[in-house]
Design a protein around this ligand. Sequence first.
Ligand SMILES: Cc1cc2nc3c(=O)[nH]c(=O)nc-3n(C[C@H](O)[C@H](O)[C@H](O)COP(=O)(O)OP(=O)(O)OC[C@H]3O[C@@H](n4cnc5c(N)ncnc54)[C@H](O)[C@@H]3O)c2cc1C
Length: 418
Amino acid sequence: MSSPDEIHVPASKTAAIVGGGPAGLIAAETLARAGVAITIYDQMPSLGRKFLLAGRGGLNLTHSEDLGQFLTRYGDIDPLLRAAIEAFPPSALRAWSDGLGQATFVGSSGRVFPTVLKTSPLLRTWLLRLRNLGVKTRLRHRWEGFDEDGNLRFAVDGKDVSVVPDVIVLALGGASWARLGSDGRWAAILAKQKIAMSPLLPANCGFTAAWSDVLRGFEGHPLKRISLSFGGHSVRGEAMITRDGLEGGAVYALASPIRDAILKHGETMVAIDLLPDVALAKLGERLSAARGKQSLSNFLRKATHLSAAALSLVREGAMTKGTNLATMSGQEIAALIKAVPVKLTGVQPIATAISTAGGIRFSELDEHFMLRRYPGIFVAGEMLDWEAPTGGYLLQATFATGVAAAKGAMDFLRNPSS
Ligand SMILES: Cc1cc2nc3c(=O)[nH]c(=O)nc-3n(C[C@H](O)[C@H](O)[C@H](O)COP(=O)(O)OP(=O)(O)OC[C@H]3O[C@@H](n4cnc5c(N)ncnc54)[C@H](O)[C@@H]3O)c2cc1C
């Protein structure tokens, strides 16, 4: 990583890191290297639980695309987040992982993973490194806000514990997968302190659809190599049929505008091209051929090579259009396969979403990631108001803001009045 040890702070300064996910841990490492005495507080019995879960999908740490393109993934990116990622870019995250003995590789999609494709070895070595840097850990400490003197207040075994550090880094995560510790309860605490926040909403999430019993029977079946379209944008990838809707990479990539449309209108339509590599005219030609004695199902299966789940979706799409395949021409069926309409009726609950949109607005922070109203309190990670698709963008922003908040805290310790 870029050398945080360049800045040294006066001895005997203390920092409390509240939240021991990747944002809190990298902030702890950065500050500990500068000589600050660190204690990490977390409400769970162990650190980095969601980070460990992310390892189940291979731990997509970051992405290899060029930085300009990379930054576009955060939409209308706040200049603060941009500066943090530019200061701690994907190359720095990969070098940091290398430094922990976890070399990375670029997958065929450009995504970056550690070669072992899981979190546990990296997290184990990281926690050992932190211990060697003198970082202390206080588990089962639930942050509950501030006491009358403005000190941090934790609930520990039913008792109140107050802590008075020189600086604080809040890194409490989003609100998805609450059972892993990130329950978003900090939002109510900070709202009381008049910190402006955007509502915490599911991001990179699935959606519900009013499936027929037939389609529901295809729960768990993937729709591979599709193109999903919504609001003028199309994404290639995979989707998964769930019991009551759709999830998967292509869905997550468009989840933000789909979610916003459903929240506004109650439902919305997406279109799925089940054969994006086959031209409409060619498919129409194939499906207009005489089918002889074959049943329509057999004919479609042989002519399109689509799975039973995909063909079921096509049938359901015909019904959505108020028609059925038996009365459609080959050209019409081809057009349907190239744009199956699917009505999405709801957003998957935040509990099972991969990430959280919303959080503390960047306008509440100064250029050092410090809360303007609360000098000495810094914020990092998913609790900030940014949103990005899967692809390594979540962890990259988490790490980059963790480093930025820690550097801000170092500057503050060196010169509290600046
Ligand atoms: C299934 C899944 C797969 C994912 N895969 C990837 C991936 O491959 N690539 C990627 O980039 N991202 C992935 N992510 C997202 C990534 O894990 C998160 O963006 C990242 O963990 C956010 O880090 P954080 O440190 O901000 O918060 P978190 O990791 O959520 O950590 C917050 C910490 O704060 C603690 N905490 C919260 N409230 C309190 C409180 N009141 N008191 C004390 N402690 C508290 C929690 O216990 C937790 O330890 C995935 C997420 C999920 C759910």
